[in-house]
Design a protein around this ligand. Structure first.
Ligand code: ATP
Length: 465
C-alpha cells in the first residue's frame, strides 16, 4: 500500500487518473476531475457495486432521484436543524477545525484524536499554546453543511432549494412508489448512485473529503424485529464485496462500532468499515440501523398487501463514498518493487525500481494493452490492430488499448504496471507468421506465448464483470 498520499496524488495527475479542478485558472480548492484512467476505474467500481447490490439481489431496485430538493424535505428530514458541524477556530494559529474531525485535519492517528479531545474539553489547539476557551480558541459554532440555491429566473422570486448532502432522502420520498410498482412486500431495497454535496469545514486529503462527491447507498426497508439480522447480513455482504470482488486487502480495513456517544441522534446502531489511508484510519463505508426515523419524518407508512395493519418500516443503510473508495483502492493497490534482471554474459545483474498498481483485474482501467514490438513494422501493427478489434468484439465490457508509442518493450511494460493493467499482449516479429503472441502478466512479470486466437477464448469474462 501507499505510505505517502502525495505519491498517489502525483501518480494520479501524471498518468491521468485525477486532475485538480480548474487547473488553468488557478484551481478550485479540494475539487477534482477524473481523467481518462480515473473514469474507467471509478466506473468499473460503480458497476461492480451495482451488480452486487442491485442486479444480483432479488429484492433490490435502482433509483436515480433529484439532486436538488425544496426546503420542506430538509425540514422534515431534520437536516435544516441538525446537519451541521461544530466549528472551532484557533485565533493563535488561524487553523479552523471541524471539531469532530480534528483528528483528520491533524493526521487522524491516536495522538491527534487525543489532541482533538483536548481542544474540545480544554480549549487547547495543537499549535502548541495552551489556549483557554473564548480567548485564543474561538467558541464552537454550528455550521450547516448544505448548499442552498435559488430556483427560478428572477433572483428575488427564486424559491430556495438545497443540494442533497446524501442520496438517501430522495430514496425515502420514493418508498411508496416502489411498494406500488416494484415490489409490495418487505424486505425491500432501494439503491442509488449519485452526487452529494456538503459544504465541508475541513475538506482535504485528496479525494477523501471533498465538497462534491458520489455516494453509493442502499436503503433496506424491513420489519423492526428482523433489523439486527439484516444489519449483520449487509455488513457481511459489504466486506465480502470489498475483499472478494474489489480486492481491498483484509489488513487494510477494520470495523469501528460506534458507542452510544458517537451515534447520530436517529441511529440505533452504526458500524463503519474504516480503511487505513496513508494519513491514518478513516471511514470508508457506514452501516447504520436508522430505525423508523426517516420514514416517520416524512410521514410514510407501509401496509402489507392483503390488508395487514400499517406500520413504519425500519431502515438499514449501507452508505459508501465512491470517491473515497477510489482513493482507498488506489492506496491499497500501490506498491513499489525492486526488480533484478540477470545481466547475462558475465555482466552484473541490473536492479530496477518499478511502481505497480496491483488492481484486481475486474476493476483495472485497462484490462489489456496490445502492442506491436516495433511500432513502425506494418505487419505487426496491422496484426495488433486486428487483435484489438477482435478482442473488443469478443469482450465488449472490457477496455482494451492499442499501445503504439516507441520506447523499449521493458519501458512500455513498466508504464502499464504503473496504471495497473493486468496483461500486456505483444505482437513480435514471429507473430504474423506463427499466429502466436506474448502475454505478459503484471504481477509475476511472467511471459507466455499463446496463439492469438486463444486470447479470444481465454477467460476474459472474469475481467471487468
Ligand atoms: P465523515 O464522518 O467522514 O464525514 P459521515 O459519517 O458524515 O462521514 P455519511 O453521512 O455516513 O458520512 O456518508 C456516507 C459515506 O459517504 C461515507 O462513509 C463516505 O464514504 C462518504 N462521504 C461522506 N462525506 C464525504 C465527503 N465530504 N467527501 C467524500 N466522501 C464522503
Amino acid at each position: 500500500g501507499a505510505k505517502d498520499l502525495q505519491e498517489i496524488v502525483r501518480l494520479c495527475k501524471t498518468r491521468g487518473f485525477v486532475f485538480a479542478s480548474n487547473d488553468i485558472h488557478g484551481g478550485f480548492a479540494n475539487s477534482f476531475d477524473f481523467g481518462p484512467l480515473g473514469v474507467l476505474l471509478k466506473r468499473n467500481i460503480e458497476q461492480s457495486w451495482w451488480r452486487r447490490f442491485v442486479t444480483e439481489q432479488d429484492a433490490c431496485y435502482g433509483l436515480d432521484s433529484s439532486v436538488m430538493l425544496p426546503p420542506v424535505v430538509w425540514e422534515k428530514s431534520g437536516h435544516l436543524q441538525n446537519f451541521s458541524d461544530p466549528l472551532v477556530d484557533c485565533r493563535n494559529c488561524g487553523k479552523r477545525y471541524r471539531a469532530d474531525h480534528l483528528c483528520e485535519a491533524e493526521g487522524n492517528d491516536e495522538t491527534n484524536r487525543q489532541a482533538m479531545r483536548e481542544v474540545l474539553s480544554n480549549g487547547k489547539c495543537p499549535c502548541g499554546k495552551l489556549q483557554p476557551w473564548g480567548e485564543e480558541v474561538s467558541k464552537v459554532r454550528d455550521f450547516n453543511l448544505m448548499f442552498e440555491t435559488l430556483v427560478g429566473p428572477v433572483v428575488e422570486d427564486g424559491a430556495a432549494a438545497f443540494f442533497r448532502p446524501e442520496t438517501a432522502q430522495g430514496t425515502y420520498l420514493n418508498f411508496g412508489n416502489y411498494t406500488k410498482t416494484a415490489q409490495p412486500r418487505l424486505p425491500l431495497g432501494i439503491a442509488q448512485v449519485g452526487k452529494a454535496f456538503r459544504n465541508e469545514v475541513t475538506p482535504g486529503q485528496f479525494l477523501f473529503r471533498t465538497r462534491e462527491f458520489e455516494q453509493m447507498e442502499l436503503q433496506w426497508f424491513c420489519r423492526d424485529e428482523e433489523a439486527e439480522q439484516w444489519f449483520d447480513h449487509w455488513l457481511a455482504e459489504g466486506l465480502s464485496w470489498l475483499h472478494g470482488t474489489i480486492g481491498v486487502r483484509p489488513e487494510s480495513v477494520r470495523l469501528c462500532e460506534h458507542d452510544a456517544s458517537q451515534l447520530a441522534h436517529y441511529a440505533r446502531r452504526t458500524t463503519d468499515i474504516e480503511f487505513k489511508y496513508p494519513f491514518g484510519w478513516g471511514e470508508l463505508w457506514g452501516f447504520a440501523n436508522r430505525g423508523t426515523y426517516d420514514l416517520s419524518c416524512h410521514g410514510v407508512e407501509y401496509r402489507e398487501p392483503g390488508g395487514g395493519k400499517s406500520f413504519v418500516p425500519t431502515v438499514i443503510e449501507p452508505a459508501l463514498g465512491l470517491n473515497r473508495l477510489v482513493l482507498a483502492v488506489l492506496c491499497d493497490a500501490f506498491r513499489e518493487e525492486t526488480v533484478i534482471t540477470p545481466g547475462g554474459d558475465g555482466a552484473p545483474d541490473k536492479e530496477e525500481k518499478r511502481t505497480v498498481l496491483g488492481f484486481e483485474p475486474s476493476i483495472a482501467p485497462y484490462a489489456l494493452a496490445v502492442m506491436p514490438l516495433v511500432k513502425n513494422n506494418a505487419e505487426q501493427r496491422g496484426m495488433s490492430e486486428q487483435l484489438v478489434r477482435d478482442l473488443r468484439a469478443a469482450s465488449p465490457h472490457l477496455s482494451i488499448v492499442l499501445e503504439t508509442s516507441s520506447g523499449s518493450i521493458g519501458k512500455r511494460y513498466r508504464r502499464y504496471d504503473e496504471i495497473g493493467t493486468p496483461y500486456c499482449v505483444t505482437v513480435d516479429y514471429d507473430a504474423p507468421s506463427t499466429g502466436q503472441v506474448t502475454v505478459r502478466d503484471r504481477d509475476s512479470m511472467a511471459q507466455v506465448r499463446i496463439a492469438a486466437s486463444d486470447l479470444m477464448s481465454m477467460n476474459l469474462t472474469g475481467l471487468q464483470r
